[in-house]
Design a protein around this ligand. Sequence first.
Ligand code: ADP
Ligand code: MG
Ligand code: ZN
Length: 503
Amino acid sequence: MQFEAVIGLEVHAQLKTKTKIFCSCPASFGAPPNTHTCPVCLGMPGVLPVLNKKVVEYAMLMGIATNCTIAGNSGFARKNYFYPDLPKGYQISQYELPIAQNGHIDIETNGVKKRIGITRIHMEEDAGKLIHDPSRPYSMVDFNRTGVPLIEIVSEPEIRTFEEAGAYLRKLRSILRYLDICDGNMEEGSFRCDANVSIRPEGTAPFGTRTELKNLNSFKHVEKAIQYEIERQKDVLLEGGKIIQETRLWDPAKNCTTSMRGKEEAHDYRYFPDPDLLPLVIDDSWINELTKKLPELPDGKKERFIAEYGLPEYDAGVLTSALELAGYFEACVKEFNSPSPDKRDKYLHEIIFCQKRAENYFLGTKLVSNWVMGALLGLLNTEGKTIEESPVSSSNLARLLKLIDQNVISGKIAKTVFEEMAETGKSPEEIIREKDLVQVTDVSAIEEMITKLIGSCPKEVADYKAGKTKVLGFFVGRIMKETKGKANPEIVNRILKEKLHQA
Ligand code: ADP
Ligand code: MG
Ligand code: ZN
């Protein structure tokens, strides 16, 4: 029997506000334990929470960016449970009335586009952090994170594969970062995901019983855990067993999920409206104002990269996957097209009148794209660095590409220069000067070398004349060796063919 997976994701994103959601303590990460606390976030008796307007604004921005309807009237509820990291004994959250509902985002896996529904986005406060130090017979608690603002983004159960889950999460994170409202760091916990997974016989409508997977703190873990869980559920069903509704923990060391708690042990949170907080009323003018303020988002930027730079859809998708990468690419294109700052506009203008000139412009942007996606992303990947930490600045890369474009160096030599730039941080001009890498484009010098070479290789010349055109490679190789790879390959090829015909 063929099974199909049904997956819904719950994502918690920590918002990048200066202060916490209901008090004025700093919301920043990394301070000494319990230094970002006050009577409100410590849950002292008699204190009153005051809602941080920035949190509402950020939640609305995410709602608008994901095509949700923003609720004019919502509010907060108390979610009651006991745990040492929760000093009040309840978490303030939105329950029946979330701030945003009924949205969607578009994802793409293996070239196939798909729309995934967003059920709801709601605001809530984070809990504290327990510290279990094996050298002590007790645990400690740090309340710095208590009251840090979160939004929870719940998807419709419309995800069908672990690849779609990965694409959905990456897209959500990219949007949060474009909006500059969350830093999206899964390892540090500012972007967390729980995955709900069930399976059903292919072609049937009712959902199977789901399990909820936790402890997924990287994209890899989310994908591997879902993959494992789908297989586990298949095995259970094929052996005649039943899936039980439970929470399962991903064990990254053993590559499997294990049962954490069943439905019977699930909490009854006894939600009720928080009497300390007023209803939240949002008027249309605020929604309109934020809609206008929305920055260019990943999908829009991708479309623009295709239209404005003539990039293939694939390139545009990679380059706009992160805001900083897109910025690096654009800075690089801009400098590549200097020194005449109006050149870009000129080219764009010429698209209308002369396809050829436009093609030249697009050749330039494609060259930049190739190098950013190839050499640069490869370098960052091997060095484990982010684009902001790139050892090669966009300006140095742009100048290197200009030198290729102007035939000062070949693309091959440029690879060597790029590596040297990455190691030393020096400019391309400096490296080319120091290492004497300027390409030999002097036709008479190349001609002289070729004449000499042909004269000294009568056998190869005869072979060539007899139709073994492969020996052309032998001649090119010898010239390249003699010039240490600096001869312009096009010129070498052209002159070689001429001289061999004459020989
Ligand atoms: P809870 O609050 O108990 O986790 P929700 O109704 O909020 O429950 O659902 C959480 C997530 O589970 C949503 O993303 C939803 O799409 C998903 N989900 C619901 N039913 C199923 C199912 N049968 N299989 C997979 N995912 C599901
Ligand atoms: Mg859940
Ligand atoms: Zn506080």
